[in-house]
Design a protein around this ligand. Structure first.
Ligand SMILES: [Cu+2]
Length: 452
């Protein structure tokens, strides 16, 4: 299979994800017994003995540029094993390796071809958003912003995923009735596929590119001592001004980039990045529990690099937010269902691949209103458009919610109004809009539209 097309023209996506639809296999083939159940709490580490592992650095790959100027990547989907705890080989899947995948470095506006070779014994597809690999879309404005950009040194991606392990150390994706309703939650938090790893960092400002790759958990991230996190980007691009925050909350599929000042830390100092988590469930104590753990330890172990960034820029070359013209076509997407164990739906309907839910003019901006009538939050995601949040419950979006978006939370009983800009060229290839909780999406909380 190969896919080609422009690299999200007009977008300044700093960090996206892709994942095989076989995400359930990624999360473990089989598992058998079902050690799962409700009331899981995240623990770390899953077992004993091991000294802390270094943070695995997601490989940044450039591909090759062919004679026509197309950047070409190849992805091999394969099975292997990964050691999460000493002496236990856990069966995993990955792209170009046994677990997760590389970060594909794309330049804005260029044509890209990705050749995918399936080494599995079953069919798979690559789903161009999600949980397992990364897309970095760069442009000259981002490059000139002066942000830390030595990959794996002062610029590091952190993919956070919770998994459940069975008694033999295999990843358990046995879904309970509760998982089906509120989403799968694991009891171990992995960062780039490692349990509580150590990121050895220079004594300077560093850039953390954060992805919530959990199936259903919402994560709030903060540094020990509540050191400030200067958020400079969300999943679809830079913010116009950095937003200084004491914690960053990410729903499944959501990304953020933060700058952290390690220049005032001492050499050898450890600074934990804590993940606090709550049930994404119905509340009232079902499905999840809550707490806080050290997801990754940042160890300041070397002097600043030559030319390191010395201060956060006061403003950033953000792409313009999408605004809706007067009289823009309005659509409502009601998040509903989920009563008495029934699946969640959109406008009362489950996904049907034979049904096109909406036909939207190309090169047009519309206002879509997402209204959540259910008892739980749903992170909503729309493919193939540019979006900005106009209002949340009638009020202006928070500073960190501004700019371009592709995944945003719609909390229980909330209404979020979004300006949606479609691509310039009509296409009969359906685009999806869906809840990013994997089990909700799999159960049909998804629709599709075409542009005309
Ligand atoms: Cu949902």
């Amino acid at each position: 299979m190969s896919e080609s097309g422009p690299a999200n023209p007009g977008r300044r996506t700093l960090l996206s994800g892709f994942v095989a639809v076989a995400a359930s296999q990624l999360a473990g083939c089989g598992g058998g017994g079902g050690s799962g159940g409700t009331g899981t709490t995240v623990q770390t580490p899953p077992a004993t003995g091991a000294t802390a592992t270094d943070l695995p650095i997601v490989p940044l790959v450039q591909g090759t540029v062919d004679g026509s100027g197309t950047r070409v990547f190849s992805l091999q989907v394969g099975a292997g094993t990964t050691t999460f705890r000493t002496g236990v080989a856990t069966r995993t899947l990955g792209y170009n390796g046994a677990l997760l995948g590389p970060a594909l470095h794309l330049r804005r506006g260029e044509r890209v071809r990705i050749d995918v070779q399936n080494g599995l014994t079953e069919s798979t597809t690559v789903h161009w958003h999600g949980l397992a690999g990364l897309l970095l879309i760069d442009d000259p404005a981002i490059g000139s912003a002066g942000l830390p950009s030595s990959w794996g040194v002062d610029d590091v991606a952190l993919v956070l995923q919770d998994k459940r392990f069975d008694s033999s150390g295999q990843i358990d994706y046995t879904l309970t009735a509760n998982d089906l309703q509120v989403g799968y939650t694991g009891d171990v938090l992995l960062v780039n596929g490692a349990v509580a790893p150590v990121f050895k960092a220079p004594q300077q400002w560093v850039r953390l590119r954060l992805l919530n790759g959990c199936n259903s958990r919402t994560l709030s991230l903060r540094l020990a001592g509540n050191l400030p996190l200067s958020q400079v980007a969300n999943e679809a691009g830079l913010l116009a001004q950095p937003v200084v925050r004491s914690s960053v909350t990410l729903v499944p599929g959501e990304r953020a980039e933060v700058l952290v000042n390690l220049g005032t830390a001492s050499l050898g100092q450890d600074i934990a990045l804590y993940a606090s988590y709550a049930a994404t469930g119905m509340g009232m104590g079902s499905g999840g529990g809550q707490g806080e753990i050290a997801a990754v330890t940042i160890r300041v172990d070397k002097a600043a690099q030559a030319g390191a960034m010395t201060a956060v820029p006061a403003s950033l070359p953000a792409a313009s937010a999408i605004t809706a013209p007067a009289g823009a076509t309005a659509r409502t997407i009601r998040l509903d269902g989920g009563m008495m164990g029934s699946p969640f739906t959109l406008n009362g309907r489950l996904f049907d691949i034979a049904r096109i839910d909406m036909t939207v003019p190309a090169a047009t901006t519309e206002v879509w209103t997402f209204t959540n009538t259910t008892m739980m939050a749903h992170p909503m995601h729309v493919h193939g458009v540019r979006m900005s949040i106009l209002t949340r419950n009638g009020a202006a979006p928070r500073a960190e919610e501004q700019g371009l978006r592709d995944t945003f939370n719609v909390d229980s009983m909330e209404t979020v109004q979004v300006a949606v800009r479609t691509a310039g060229t009509p296409s009969a290839s359906p685009l999806m809009f869906h809840c990013h909780i994997l089990e909700h999406e799999d159960a049909g909380m998804m629709g599709q539209f075409i542009t005309a």
